[in-house]
Design a protein around this ligand. Sequence first.
Ligand code: UDP
Ligand code: MG
Length: 148
Amino acid sequence: MEQTFIMIKPDGVQRGLVGEIIGRFEKKGFSLKGLKFLTVDQAFAEKHYADLSSKPFFNGLVEYIISGPVVAMVWEGKNVVTTGRKIIGATNPAESAPGTIRGDFAIDIGRNVIHGSDAVESARKEIGLWFPEGTANWSSSLNPWIYE
Ligand code: UDP
Ligand code: MG
């Protein structure tokens, strides 16, 4: 089953959106496979966002991500990478549709509340970086009511 890496960024934690965000993924029917609450250092944040290191916003982005604790999660389900990105909404909250997390809870691109892997391959890399110890091995007894 496909997995994705989802992170509630420091602004999402500070603004009390942790329960709301987890609830949206849970109610959709996806399964939580890993979860931790931690503050990462600069080197770790730079590694997570290595693909963006040449961007003008890179230093500000790293400062943002290390500015407080984050909620790191692994979610599992059919098409969870693509569907997770739809639940999250467009990168710039000015363009995120209402009903998406960023559309409902964010205004500025540099305070857009949540991260989600953009492809199955980046999900695999990000899960390896954030959960080197591995994730939980369980499957929901509700799956027969979620998948046909
Ligand atoms: N970002 C920013 N300014 C920009 C583009 C991106 O501050 O012009 C930040 C924003 O927080 C975004 C993160 O950098 O979520 C990673 O950018 P990416 O293009 O990967 O967007 P995402 O995958 O998070 O939608
Ligand atoms: Mg991205």
